[in-house]
Design a protein around this ligand. Structure first.
Ligand SMILES: C[S@@+](CC[C@H](N)C(=O)[O-])C[C@H]1O[C@@H](n2cnc3c(N)ncnc32)[C@H](O)[C@@H]1O
Length: 355
């Protein structure tokens, strides 16, 4: 972006700037209805990630007998059995998938890229869901405004996405953005409309991939889940009872408990969070390294709850793609988090003879 373009963003607004360029162009500009005419009764996420999506919906939809719109729906709306909805309307482009979607009470065939105006009256829905599909919107600013129109004041718009996509139909800006940038982009769609209360974000990343998954043997974690959600401005309504996603952070230990924990780890060399034996990790030679000792002990259990919840904790602190493993320093007996950007990081330094 050159200086003049940057000025344009600041003064003219992001919406005008992005709509004026090729940000929402696609490799395949053919009619969406033709692309989606092909039935795709597939899971777009692995089962662990799908369970996270259901849990998210379960936690955030607090309305009694809500009226729900699933925007860009397929054959599954991921609505947990605990939610007894008054209606669930699906809007999408494959009638066969929509008609087999057990969550839906009715469905509408509608191409949002051709016509972003939603075919619903004002203030109809308590909740609008959009799952793994925002990347295909070529007119997202208009669609987000429309969502606000059809939501009741205080109603929830929950946008969930991952990092898988049909690249030929995903818009350029999405394909070319990093995962944290995509979170910011969706936040911008909300903010530009000025019709929602401050958007919040959620990240679930680095959970172990299900053992029976097609890609289980490739050493990659479960598909990440990102969500950006906000409520339509207006009366408080059920908003007051919607929980903030506090993740699974534990109550902080007091000084005495921390001392006892350190002593226990020193005695057993087991992770205080999962109980697994920590591994000896050789500190790499680096000019940035300030540790005096040769090695540390680190928990390398990829399913350790400390590591798993760390992705969410870090993301809420502004570090969207990091977690941490528990590290024990045998020199001074301290227990500290060791930041990691992925599950493979640091593993080169494991001293295997300690197993
Ligand atoms: C990856 S699938 C996700 C389906 C579903 N939301 C889910 O969570 O499994 C993308 C969906 O977006 C819908 N879609 C894509 N382009 C669309 C458009 N222009 N207008 C309306 N729906 C569209 C398709 O019908 C398809 O079901």
């Amino acid at each position: 972006m050159n200086r003049n373009e940057a000025k344009q963003v600041v003064h003219g607004g992001l919406e005008d700037f992005l709509n004026g360029g090729d940000a929402f162009s696609r490799q395949d500009e053919s009619d969406d209805t033709r692309f989606y005419a092909l039935d795709r009764f597939v899971d777009h996420l692995d089962t662990v990630a799908l369970a996270t999506v259901e849990k998210l919906i379960d936690t955030l939809v607090v309305d009694k007998r809500p009226s729900i719109l699933d925007l860009m729906a397929g054959w599954d709306s991921h609505i947990p059995g605990t939610i007894e909805a008054d209606e669930v309307v699906g809007l999408g482009l494959n009638e066969n998938e929509l008609s087999k979607n057990k969550d839906l009470t009715e469905f509408v065939f509608h191409d949002l890229n051709r016509e972003p105006t939603l075919p619903f009256e004002d203030n109809r829905f308590d909740v609008v869901l959009n799952t793994v599909s925002v990347d295909y919107m070529t007119r997202p600013f208009a669609v987000f405004r429309e969502v606000a129109r059809v939501l009741k004041p205080g109603g929830l718009f929950l946008v969930v996405f991952s990092n898988r996509m049909f690249p030929e139909k995903a818009v350029k800006i999405w394909r070319e953005s990093s995962e944290p940038e995509r979170v910011m982009l969706v936040e911008d769609f909300f903010k530009a409309s000025d019709l929602f209360e401050n958007p919040k974000t959620f990240t679930s990343k680095g959970k172990p991939r299900p053992k029976d998954d097609l890609y289980a043997d490739r050493g990659i974690p479960s598909d990440p889940i990102y969500a950006v959600y906000a409520e339509k401005k207006g009366e408080e309504g059920v908003r007051a009872t919607r929980p903030t996603l506090a993740g699974e952070e534990k109550r902080p230990l007091n000084a005495e408990e921390m001392k006892a924990q350190r002593e226990e780890v020193k005695r057993t060399l087991c992770c205080p969070h999962c109980g697994q034996k920590m591994k000896k990790w050789i500190i790499p030679d680096s000019p940035f390294n300030t540790w005096q000792n040769e090695y540390m002990y680190i928990c390398f259990n990829d399913e350790c709850p400390y590591l798993v919840r760390g992705w969410d904790v870090m993301s809420r602190q502004g570090n969207a793609s990091m977690s941490y493993r528990q590290m024990f320093n045998p020199e001074n007996g301290s227990l500290t988090p060791m930041p990691v950007p992925n599950l493979k990081a640091l593993k080169d330094g494991i001293l295997e003879e300690d197993e």
